[in-house]
Write a protein of this length. Structure first.
Length: 74
């Protein structure tokens, strides 16, 4: 399955990576690698996250990795 980031999510990833790079280049590299790993994981296992009625949009799922929340829909 192809995993695409919304424009808002892509913007957040760029901003977070830039912020981390200013303070700790290693952290920025690990963050970007983690994003890639999550996208690959969800591409292979789309139902890895959990469904919850409290999520903002019906039918969304959430995966939590390294303190970051990944809300997505299949």
């Amino acid at each position: 399955m192809l995993v695409r980031l919304s424009p808002r999510a892509a913007s957040y990833v760029r901003q977070e990576a830039a912020y981390l790079a200013q303070h700790n280049k290693g952290a920025a590299i690990r963050f970007v690698a983690m994003i890639r790993q999550v996208r690959e994981h969800l591409g292979q296992f789309a139902e890895a996250g959990f469904a919850d009625d409290s999520l903002p949009i019906k039918g969304m799922r959430r995966l939590i990795r390294d303190g970051y929340r990944f809300d997505y829909r299949i």
